[in-house]
Design a protein around this ligand. Structure first.
Ligand SMILES: [Mg+2]
Length: 314
């Protein structure tokens, strides 16, 4: 499969999962398939809970902010990404993670804000850095394993002081990189786990094990471990993009983010053409704080193209 198919699949797939999952956020398991029993029937991009049909949430909005920083700053400019996040957070986005909001609005400098928040709260292992990683994973894929995992950790650390969030985001980046190389990404999980910080390896080994099921999660799936584990489970136990997304949303809980992470992985794996057009057509990504801009499918495709064709700089 061509690289651009996979790159566009990752970027658009994550946004599609986000927009499909948003109306079901904090709902019970099985709500999606109760409402849409037959795969392929249509109408799933329904909106609700304050979201318009096809409207992507903070997951995709932040992924776009990261993408535009990487492209406009010719590489990883952490203070610039942080400044874009702050500008966005100050513009009252419809949704923003509690931890992310705290870090972006506490007035501390970019390189201290997340660490200080973690020191005080001792809770910073949310899925909020994993959810926004699709674009950066595409951008850094060509730069190799070490570079992409390192970049993932550093972008995650802007808002999440807990290394657990960094490691989960790094695993996601590496899974996308391997998929781009036409490698079956899930068979590589043991190798990827060997690259995870030893203090965090055990917990990821548990949720990424072939026989792990989201029912076994010990935290709400707004935490980084079950979120990544559930996305990998959804990819592993289904055979199409559509079914992976359905399985992810049907888990209930933090449905937009679990489906955004699933959509990134499944979009890269199956490619853009496997994403139903009835899902990509109404897709749109508002960018609060950025002059009322709203990105549509063509803009996301353009972004994915630039992310794959621009050499990654750190
Ligand atoms: Mg969201």
């Amino acid at each position: 499969m061509k690289r651009i198919q996979r790159a566009a699949g990752a970027v658009v797939g994550s946004a599609v999962g986000d927009a499909l999952g948003a109306p079901f956020e904090f709902g019970p398991p099985g709500a999606f398939s109760a409402r849409f029993p037959a795969p392929g029937a249509g109408g799933e991009m329904c909106g609700g809970g304050g979201w318009d049909p096809g409207e992507a949430t903070d997951d995709t909005q932040m992924a776009v902010l990261v993408a535009e920083s990487l492209l406009e700053r010719d590489g990883l400019d952490l203070p610039d990404i942080f400044a874009r996040f702050q500008r966005w957070a100050a513009s009252e986005p419809k949704d923003i993670g509690l931890q992310t909001e705290d870090v972006l609005t506490n007035g501390m400098p970019w390189d201290l804000a997340a660490a200080l928040h973690f020191q005080v709260s001792q809770r910073a292992a949310g899925n909020g850095s994993l959810m926004r990683a699709s674009a950066s994973a595409v951008y850094f894929a060509a730069a190799g394993r070490e570079t992409t995992m390192d970049a993932a950790r550093r972008i995650a650390a802007l808002t999440h002081g807990d290394r657990a969030a960094w490691e989960g985001t790094a695993i996601f980046h590496e899974l996308i990189r391997l998929t781009f190389k036409d490698t079956a990404p899930l068979t590589a999980l043991p190798d990827i786990l060997a690259l995870v910080h030893p203090g965090h390896r055990g917990r990821y080994a548990t949720v990424l094990a072939p026989d792990w099921h989201p029912d076994q999660a010990t935290e709400f799936n707004g935490a980084v471990w079950p979120c990544l584990g559930s996305a990998v489970w959804a990819l592993r136990t289904t055979a199409s993009f559509e079914d992976a997304i359905r399985a992810a949303i049907d888990l209930g809980g933090d449905t937009d983010t679990v489906a955004a992470v699933t959509g990134g992985l499944a979009g890269a794996y199956y490619g853009l053409d496997a994403i139903p057009a009835r899902w990509t057509k109404p897709l749109h990504v508002p960018l609060p704080g950025f002059d009322g801009r709203v990105l549509h499918l063509a803009d996301l495709l353009h972004l994915a193209h630039r992310l794959t064709t621009t050499p990654a700089m750190c």
